[in-house]
Every structure is written in C-alpha cells, then in structure tokens.
Design a protein around this ligand. Sequence first.
Ligand code: NAD
Ligand code: SER
Length: 318
Amino acid sequence: MKKILVLGSGGQIGSELTMRLREVYGGANVVATDLNPERLTKSIQETGPTGKVDACQAQQIAEVVDKYNIDTIYNLVAILSATAEKNPMLGWNVGMGALINCLEISREKKCALFTPSSIGAFGPSTPLDGTPQDTIQRPQTIYGVTKVTGELLSDYYFKRFGVDTRSVRFPGLISYVTPPGGGTTDYAVDIYYAAVKGEDFVCPLKKGTLLDMMYMPDALNAAINIMEADASKLIHRNSFNVTAMHFDPEEIYSEVKKHYPNFKMTYEVEPIKQSIADSWPNWMDDSCARKEWGFKPEYDLPKMTKDMIEKLKIKFGK
Ligand code: NAD
Ligand code: SER
C-alpha cells in the first residue's frame, strides 16, 4: 500500500483529492498537510493524519516523509495564475520553492512525485486549437513560466536521477467543495455559485473566450491513475495534456439557464484575466494521455452542470 504525503491539502484540488486518496489507500496512509492547516476540511481532519507543512521549507517536508515512511508525494502547492500575476515574485518563490524541495526529497528518499502542470504552460505562440502534446511553450505569465520550468525540472530529475515524476496539464477545474484559489478559469465555478444563490453573475471574460475545463471527479481520477500507470507504457511524463470539455462564457451560461431560466449574466472584462485566457489553448489534444495510460473523462458540460447544481443546492440548503 502506498504511503502518501499531500502538500496543499486545503486547496481546491487538495480538499477533494486527499479524501479520494484515503478511500483508495486507507485514511492512515494519506498524510494531509498545508501551510494553512485551518483550511483543512472537517472530513480531512477526522479521517487521517494531518499537519502544518510549509513546502518552501525542505526540512519540514523531510520530517513528515521520515515520520510516516512516505513513498509518494502529491505536491499541490502553487499560486494560481491571476493571483501570481499581481505578485510575480510570490508566484515564483512558492511554485518553484515547493517543487525543488519535493524533487530533492524525492531523490534522497526515493519517493514518487506528482506535481500538476496547467493549460497555463502554453502561450500565444502555441497552436491554440488542438494544442498538441509536444509543441511550443512560451507562456507570458509568471504562473506559466513556473509550470514550464516545473515540467522541465521534473523530466530532468527523472532522466538524471530516476525519480518517478509524473504530471498532467490540468485545464480549469470546476468543483463545489472548496472555491478556487485565484485563477483565470474561476468564472466557470463562480457562475454556478451565483445561479444557485439566486444572484446575477458578472463574467470577467468576454464572449467567445474558449478554454479547456474539467469537472473535479475526472481530475481526481487523472491524478490517481497517472500515478498508478504502468511506467513501461509512458512515453511522456511531465506533463500530459488532459481535458474533458471546452466552452466559452455564453455556452456555460446557456447550460445554466436550462436549470435557472431567469438567471442573468453580464460582462465586465478584467483585462489581466482576459489577456491570460487569450494566450491559453482553446482546446488541447489529449490523445497521448488516452493512449499511454487510459485517460477517459466522464463529465461533459450538461452532465457536470446538473451535478454541480444538485451539489451546490445541498451545500446552500436551497
Ligand atoms: P489552491 O490555491 O486552491 O490551493 C493551494 C493550497 O496550497 C492552499 O490550500 C494553500 O494554503 C497551500 N499553500 C500555499 N503555499 C503553501 C506552502 N508554502 N506550503 C504548503 N502549502 C501551501 O490550488 P489548487 O487549485 O488546489 O491547485 C493545486 C495545483 O494544481 C497547483 O499546482 C495548480 O497550479 C494546479 N492546477 C490547478 C488548476 C485549477 O483549476 N484548480 C488547474 C490547473 C492546474
Ligand atoms: N485554473 C488555473 C488558473 O486559472 C489553471 O491552471 O490559474
């Protein structure tokens, strides 16, 4: 049985991935940590070991790895795109600080390492329609620069030291447990919260802005399945394109309106978010992930919308 350390368990992905990992590998085998442990959900606190770890402090990670005999690290620590653009040094220091510590500890203590990359690893000179697995990566955000650097460093540690590094390029993730942490794709979560709460929604991206997206259950499966994949079948490692759907604000708005016909959305474009979104793929080709380790998402826009609304109604007692 794997012994897993999750760094950043309090975030949008960590709050759900930690619980899924505990279902699969057992509560005692998944140690949930965050710089801000007060962010850990009650379910996480009640189902296994937890702790405070600053991933930018190598010693703190190493102590937990030793204490629990950890063999696999899920490094979910980063500052998301829009927030990082407001404070680029923070984006760089947190993203790269956490990653280099994880890589070094994984090398010394022979851990496998998962660190998500992102659609943010691409830029305006990338082919934006059907973005290939292997293509131009010249992002224009600090977030993207950390993601490309992370992909390269992770492949370097695999090739040079044999560290079992694996990763996926997540698109915008949509979920209802923990709100997103300041990304460009957050609008696709916020729109559901507004609709269910009976509020109008102001969209920060303009009509026609296509972006790849995925519902959280598919993202959790991807994060677990890539780490379980047969290494001999992996041609790529850091990092695989994965996507489940792509849409623009009008398409998600129409889908939400099928459930809430009186729901109103207007536009107030936020220039930083718009320029980031314009530089990211309209849709990625994820055939390598499908071929090399069997990636297969289950949720499209209508199925996700139905489930999001049902879950948010329960959350808000509507
Ligand atoms: P998030 O911002 O929701 O959560 C990050 C967590 O890390 C927070 O709980 C925060 O307290 C914690 N943290 C911050 N600094 C830390 C430090 N120094 N040490 C330990 N913990 C620290 O992020 P997320 O959305 O869960 O993203 C997780 C990973 O997935 C990131 O690498 C992100 O770039 C990537 N990703 C996310 C999305 C998405 O849509 N959510 C899409 C693509 C890639
Ligand atoms: N959801 C993330 C962001 O917008 C994509 O990596 O920053």
